[in-house]
Ligand binder design. Structure first.
Ligand code: SF4
Length: 429
C-alpha cells in the first residue's frame, strides 16, 4: 500500500498474504486520505520483494507510487528508446515508473507525464497512481483488465471515492458502484471530487475485456459490463450440458472456478449436483504457482476428496480450464483413488491454445496441453473417461457480450501487438 498523509508518501509492501503483511501496527502508521494498494502474483516467474507493488519514485515535489494490473508488450522497445538497460529485475511497471519520473523531472506534471508515457505503452494496463493529494486511475485503450469507480456516502453528499479492479472490493467497504472506467479513460480523485479525461483514444469501438475474467479470474460476485460473473458461469455450465450428454450419478465442480458451472450443468442435465472435493482455502491457485514441482505438490495440498460422495459413483467433473494438464491429471487420479467408477471431465472454457501477453501468467505454447494435442490425446493424458470443452460460440453466448472480449488465448487472434512472432496461425485482428 502507499498513502499520502499531507506531507509525504509512505509505501509498505512485502511478499505474502495481506493479513500477514499488514498487521494492525503497520496499518496505524499508514495514515492519510489518499491511498492505493495492490495484491498481485508474479507474471515473470520471480516472486521477490522488488516485484511487490506499489512502485515508488521520488520525482516531483512529493514523488508518486504506481500499482499496475496487466502486462506491457513493448517493454524492451520502450526501454531501448529511453536508453534503459533491460534486466530480469526491471518489470514493465518499473519501466513505466522510470519513464514517468524522467518526464516529471523535465518539468511536466504527473498527469502530463501519464498522457505521454501511456500513449507509447502497448499491452494491458489498469493502473492507479498516487501523488500528493490526488489518485489517478487509468485503463488501457483496449480495456483488457477491469477497473471500476465507486462512491462512499450518498450521491448528494459523497464522503469519498474509490477505484477497484473488481466491484466486490467496493461492497466490502460499503461503497456504491458508480460505473466502469472506460478504455483509455483516466479519472482523477482529489479533495474536490472526481474528474475524468479521455487520456488515450480507445483502440476500437468495442472493448476487449479479458474473457477469462468471466471464466476464471474475477470473483463470482463481481459485475463486469453489467453481468454478474457467477451468473455467466452458471450459463456456461448449462450450455456445456446441452453440448454433451453422458449418464452419470453426480455433477461436481472443481472449487472454486468450476462450481457455478457445475451448478448450471446439473440444472440443465437433470443429474444431481454434489460435492466431491474440499478445498484448503489457504493454498493459492495452482495455475499461477511459479514452477512445475510446486504446482504438482500444491494440488495434493489444495484438494481433499469426499470419499463417501465419490465411492462407486459416475462423476461429471466440471472445471474452468486446462492449461498444462498436470493439475487436471493429478485431480482425476485423486478422484479415481477415492473410488470414482467413472470420471467425465467437462471444461467451461474452450481449449487454451495460445499464450496470454496481457497480464495473465501462462506458459509458452510448448507447454499448453491443448496447443499440442487433440482432445482425444488430452483425454488420455489427464486420464478421464470422456473430456469435453465448451465451444467458443457457447462461451460467448453465456457471457452475452458481442465481440467485447479478448479471447486470443482461445483463438490466436490477438487484438494488440504481441512481443514475439507467433507463427502462421497466430496474428492480429
Ligand atoms: S489472451 Fe486470454 S487470458 Fe489473455 S487477456 Fe486475452 S482472453 Fe484474457
Amino acid at each position: 500500500m502507499a498513502t499520502f498523509n499531507n506531507q509525504q508518501i509512505t509505501v509498505v509492501k512485502d511478499n505474502g498474504l495481506v493479513s500477514h503483511v499488514f498487521a494492525e501496527t503497520t496499518l496505524r502508521a499508514l495514515a492519510g486520505a489518499f491511498v492505493i494498494g495492490h495484491t498481485r502474483y508474479s507474471t515473470s516467474g520471480s516472486a521477490n520483494w522488488t516485484a511487490a507493488q506499489p512502485v515508488y519514485r521520488s520525482a516531483g515535489s512529493s514523488g508518486f507510487a504506481i500499482a499496475h494490473n496487466g502486462n506491457l508488450t513493448n517493454t524492451a522497445e520502450l526501454a531501448d528508446k529511453a536508453g534503459i538497460q533491460v534486466t530480469s529485475m526491471l518489470s514493465d511497471s518499473d519501466l513505466v515508473a522510470e519513464l514517468l519520473a524522467r518526464t516529471v523531472e523535465d518539468g511536466h506534471t504527473l498527469s502530463e507525464a501519464l498522457a505521454h508515457v501511456l500513449s507509447i505503452a502497448e499491452g494491458a494496463f489498469s493502473m492507479v497512481i498516487l501523488e500528493a493529494e490526488a489518485v489517478h486511475a487509468v485503463r488501457d485503450p483496449f480495456g483488457f483488465r477491469p477497473l471500476c469507480l465507486g462512491r462512499l456516502g450518498s450521491i448528494d453528499a459523497p464522503e469519498g471515492w474509490v477505484v477497484a479492479s473488481e466491484s466486490p472490493a467496493l461492497d466490502v467497504i460499503g461503497a456504491h458502484f458508480v460505473r466502469e472506467i472506460n478504455p483509455g479513460e483516466m479519472v482523477t480523485i482529489t479533495t474536490e471530487g472526481v474528474t475524468s479525461v479521455q487520456l488515450l483514444e480507445p483502440a476500437s469501438d468495442k472493448q476487449k475485456l479479458c474473457i477469462f475474467e468471466f471464466v476464471y479470474f474475477a470473483r463470482p460476485d463481481t459485475y463486469l459490463m453489467g453481468h454478474q460473473v457467477h451468473t455467466t458461469r452458471r450459463r456456461m455450465g448449462e450450455l456445456l450440458a446441452g453440448q454433451s450428454h453422458v449418464d452419470a450419478d453426480i455433477v461436481m465442480g472443481v472449487p472454486d472456478g468450476g462450481v457455478p458451472a457445475a451448478e448450471g450443468y446439473a440444472k440443465a442435465s437433470g443429474i444431481p449436483f454434489g460435492y466431491g472435493l474440499v478445498k484448503n482455502r489457504y493454498i493459492g491457485r495452482t495455475f499461477i504457482a511459479p514452477d512445475q514441482n510446486k504446482r504438482a505438490a500444491s494440488v495434493r495440498r489444495k484438494f481433499n476428496p469426499l470419499r463417501e460422495n465419490i465411492e462407486g459413483q459416475r462423476l461429471i467433473v466440471v472445471d474452468d480450464s486446462i492449461v498444462r494438464g498436470t493439475t487436471t491429471r493429478a485431480l482425476v487420479r485423486m478422484l479415481r483413488d477415492a473410488g470414482a467408477s467413472e470420471v467425465h471431465l467437462r471444461i467451461s472454457s474452450p481449449p487454451f491454445m495460445w499464450p496470454c501477453y496481457f497480464g495473465i501468467d501462462t506458459p509458452s505454447r510448448d507447454d499448453l496441453l491443448a496447443a499440442n494435442n487433440s482432445i482425444a490425446e488430452m483425454n488420455d493424458f489427464v486420464g478421464s473417461d470422456t473430456l469435453e470443452f465448451i465451444t467458443l460460440e457457447n462461451l460467448r453466448s453465456a457471457i452475452q457480450l458481442d465481440g467485447e472480449c479478448c479471447d486470443a488465448c482461445l483463438t490466436g487472434k490477438y487484438p494488440a501487438p504481441t512481443p514475439v512472432a507467433l507463427g502462421a496461425s497466430g496474428g492480429r485482428w
